[in-house]
Design a binder for this molecule. Structure first.
Ligand code: IMP
Ligand code: MG
Length: 179
């Protein structure tokens, strides 16, 4: 069995729950009477999107794309994307959901690919966390849960080497907590 250090809590379960409810309400209001297709970026967005869609009260569909850019805790700079969808979103407004907006490479590339390949009516973005200090590509998310400092965080979908995604809170790994 792999032993993992316990991260120190940055954002707790209750705080996440309240924020997700708020985001769900705002999205439901914005897309009322519209065809909404939520496109989650797996694997990181899985816990967030599972909670977010249950806070959305209008009819909607959900699908996933996948992207991989991090190796350990370093952004590789090169994003591998699988943008195949099981649903047709040409008549829909797409809302791309990710766990975190960091350098911006992943989200901008996915938005670009969705527009080009799937031609939805429009594309907006929603991220649980935003680390604006790390941005390399000029992109802002339309819906942001929390703006956080430049620390490597894990939990609630965010991983270190694929571990920690199942933590119910967002934490900082110890050697980083007082950085
Ligand atoms: P970007 O392309 O640099 O914006 O990175 C976005 C992706 O990198 C996210 O979907 C995450 O999977 C991953 N990522 C960025 N920052 C962190 C972090 O602090 N912890 C864990 N994963 C991160
Ligand atoms: Mg990741």
């Amino acid at each position: 069995m792999k032993r993992l250090p316990t991260p120190s809590e940055l954002i707790g379960e209750d705080e996440i729950r309240r924020k997700v409810a708020e985001l769900g309400a705002a999205i439901s209001k914005k897309y009322l009477e519209e065809r909404l297709a939520v496109i989650a970026i797996s694997n990181g967005a899985i816990p967030f999107v599972a909670d977010l869609i249950r806070a959305i009260t209008i009819p909607m569909r959900v699908d996933t794309v996948s992207a991989q850019s991090y190796v350990g805790d370093q952004s590789s700079g090169d994003v591998a994307i699988d943008d195949q969808l099981k649903i047709d979103i040409q008549d829909a407004r797409a809302l791309v959901v990710d766990d975190i907006l960091d350098t911006g490479r992943t989200l901008s590339k996915i938005v670009e690919r969705l527009r080009a390949r799937h031609q939805p009516l429009d594309v907006k973005t929603c991220v649980l966390l935003d680390k604006p200090s790390r941005r390399v590509v000029d992109i802002k998310a339309d819906y942001v849960g929390f703006v956080i400092p430049d620390k490597f965080v894990v939990g609630y979908g965010l991983d270190y080497d694929e571990y920690y995604r199942n933590l119910p809170y967002i934490g900082v790994l110890d050697d980083q907590s007082e950085a």
